[in-house]
Write a new protein. Sequence first.
Length: 135
Amino acid sequence: KAVMDFSKDWVKIFFDDPQGNPVYHPFMKRGFKHCFSLAKEETGWLYAESYNRGIHIGFYDDERIKKIFRVILDWDAKALQLRSTETYQLPLSPLTCATFCAKLHGLRGTTITPFRLYCALQRRGASVFLLQDFL
């Protein structure tokens, strides 16, 4: 019986979107108002993001990712990298950008804000991913 391998080195990126408009943003920790996930593949990057209008999943080449990195570096983005060995199969709700990223990584619990996700990933041994080093 074949078993699918969901192991990936995920990069979680945290930042404040200058156009952020949800009403809860004033209560979020500065620098951690939004997050999304990337996983490097042989021919590009898997991009996964949840935001107030829905979920975006895409596959981009290195050049497109470099353009994204340049923009979010201007927003003082932070990034962590951690190997994921599972995905979380239960319902995704409540669906925030942080819970979406946490479920992609297999984390359980209440990582509802990007800052709590950042802390949870650090406790699991995530390493800093320097976006500028990829440029």
